[in-house]
Design a protein around this ligand. Structure first.
Ligand SMILES: C[S@@+](CC[C@H](N)C(=O)[O-])C[C@H]1O[C@@H](n2cnc3c(N)ncnc32)[C@H](O)[C@@H]1O
Length: 200
């Protein structure tokens, strides 16, 4: 099963999930400024897109899982949805006040990751905010499955685990406001993450 097939099957139900705590954390910062537009990258079932839209933001959401995006659209037709690949996002320069990516940027090799972050810099408006959370090299799943590259393993699906230094290097063009390692329970097991909040 390839990556797209895996995620297609993941978002088959239209059940509504609560927003991720990272979205709430992001909104606590967002609300202090006059932001309007937000892009949710790798939105999945759109739980965070729905939350941001309820808070009054103009939300665009992209994922290559048609099921996830279709479910999201059926729950809130005001959200602009895109079925597409994170590696080929169709947005122009300075398109969004906020770029948000929760557990959606740790699937690509180093070269692809570089290109994605360059694109994120391009599409974020000056003075905008970017929120990124990725699995960390301290995660319980690190080292499990077939090794596919530096800090990359395939166990069910492919994951590229980030260190704090790796995240900092990918975000070097941005002005980093916060960069930290966190732990929590995601999908019923204890996970470790790197969270970054930055501005342009
Ligand atoms: C762990 S889920 C996170 C979903 C959502 N952000 C959340 O936190 O609830 C990762 C998401 O990234 C999407 N994804 C993975 N690779 C992708 C790619 N190359 N292009 C677009 N979406 C991708 C998957 O379809 C999936 O919905």
């Amino acid at each position: 099963m390839n990556e797209k097939e895996y995620w297609k099957n993941r978002w088959v139900t239209g059940e509504r999930n609560p927003p991720n705590p990272f979205a709430k954390k992001a909104y606590a910062l967002i609300r202090k400024r006059n932001y309007i537009t937000l892009l949710d990258i790798g939105c999945g079932d759109g739980r965070d897109s729905l939350y941001f839209a309820e808070k009054g933001l103009r939300v665009s959401a992209l994922d290559f899982s048609k099921n996830g995006v279709t479910n999201l659209k059926s729950l809130n037709s005001n959200i602009k949805t895109y079925v597409g690949d994170i590696r080929k996002m169709p947005f122009g320069q300075n398109s969004f006040d906020i770029v948000y990516a929760h557990l959606s940027l740790h699937y690509f090799d180093d070269k692809e990751t570089d290109k994605i972050f360059e694109n994120l810099y391009r599409i974020l408006k000056k003075g905008g905010l970017i929120f990124v959370k990725c699995k960390s090299t301290d995660d319980a799943l690190y080292g499990k499955g077939e090794k596919r590259g530096p800090d990359m393993y395939r166990d069910g699906h492919l994951r590229h685990f980030f260190s704090k230094e790796y995240m900092a290097s990918k975000m070097k063009k941005f002005k980093i406001l916060k960069l930290r390692k966190t732990s929590s329970v995601y999908d019923l097991y204890k996970s470790s993450f790197i969270e970054a909040i930055a501005t342009k």
